[in-house]
Design a protein around this ligand. Structure first.
Ligand code: FAD
Length: 267
């Protein structure tokens, strides 16, 4: 059980940042993860007064505040119009609607959980994160950075010409994914992001130009094979490394064909 000595609703990000420098204090998002921990916190830092719970649209990007709930992102119509249903698809299997009405996007990205559907989908969309101290960094770099006591304030999605498809396989509907896959066609080419391997999500780009002449059943299969060989897979109670590698080939291939408007199952 978690025990909290003091609860502070902060008035500024600087106040939150200063309080968060003490290891005995902790930022609180939706508290869905934190409440399962067995620890004692001196000061719980609540940022819900800082206006970080909105999705703002600008000419060149969307800025998703850290306190935005998973459900608000899942159901945002402008995000869906712009990026398709990939983000919604990545979120809709996480526990249940009530849970997603509490859990926040900022905490989900900051924690970089290896099983994260959220990080897998956002990586494929070339997302950036805005940190109070370090400023804006790509999610691809952030995903590899060690944990520190900075605060994530926003996730930024640039309005580039991009298509993304999201697929995951779960042993039961709301369980953690056995494998999470997002494939996207960006202005810089095609890429696949594979999470829950069970390691942290990683991007594989089409460096060999396998898909340069278009996505066909043959090139989709070849790229899926390439992605599966480029990544490492591990075994945990949800699935073996061999099973995950096989799933990677199947899901990446399906995702690519779906990007192309061909939803026919390949395997
Ligand atoms: C039972 C269960 C099942 C889940 N299943 C899935 C799943 O299938 N797929 C999936 O992708 N996710 C899953 N999750 C993770 C979930 O989606 C959220 O990522 C998680 O609950 C954290 O969100 P929160 O807002 O509750 O964070 P909290 O519990 O409030 O905080 C989590 C951590 O993030 C830190 N933090 C919070 N906000 C910030 C910030 N802005 N900047 C810096 N640090 C911050 C906190 O200090 C804390 O250490 C699951 C979680 C649970 C509890």
């Amino acid at each position: 059980m978690i025990s909290i000595e003091e609860y502070k609703i902060v008035e500024s990000l600087e106040e939150a940042y200063k309080l968060n420098q003490s290891r005995s204090n902790q930022i609180i998002g939706g508290m869905c993860w934190v409440k399962m921990q067995n620890k004692s916190v001196h000061t719980a830092i609540d940022m819900s007064n800082l206006g970080l719970d909105t999705i703002e649209e600008f000419d060149d990007c969307f800025k998703i505040g850290a306190m935005t709930t998973l459900r608000a992102l899942e159901t945002n119509e402008r995000i869906m119009e712009f990026f398709g249903n990939g983000i919604s698809e990545s979120l809709c299997h996480i526990v249940g609607v009530q849970f997603r009405n509490c859990a926040t996007v900022g905490a989900s990205v900051f924690m970089r959980f290896p099983f994260s559907d959220v990080v897998t989908a956002l990586l494929a969309l070339d997302a950036q994160v805005q940190l109070h101290q370090k400023g804006i960094v790509s999610l691809e770099d952030f995903a590899k950075m060690p944990f520190d006591r900075d605060i994530l304030t926003h996730i930024i999605l640039k309005k580039q010409n991009i298509k993304m498809k999201y697929l995951s396989l779960r042993n039961s509907y709301t369980d953690f994914p056995v494998l999470a896959v997002a494939v996207s066609q960006t202005e810089n080419g095609v890429q696949a992001c594979v999470g829950a391997r069970p390691q942290r999500a990683e991007l594989v780009k089409d460096q060999g130009n396998i898909l340069a002449n278009g996505i066909t059943k043959e090139t989709a299969k070849e790229f899926a094979e390439f992605a599966a060989n480029a990544l490492s897979f591990g075994t945990n109670p949800r699935g073996s490394a061999e099973y995950r590698k096989h799933l990677c080939k199947v899901l990446v291939c399906r995702g690519l064909l779906a990007l192309n408007g061909d939803d026919e199952n390949e395997n």
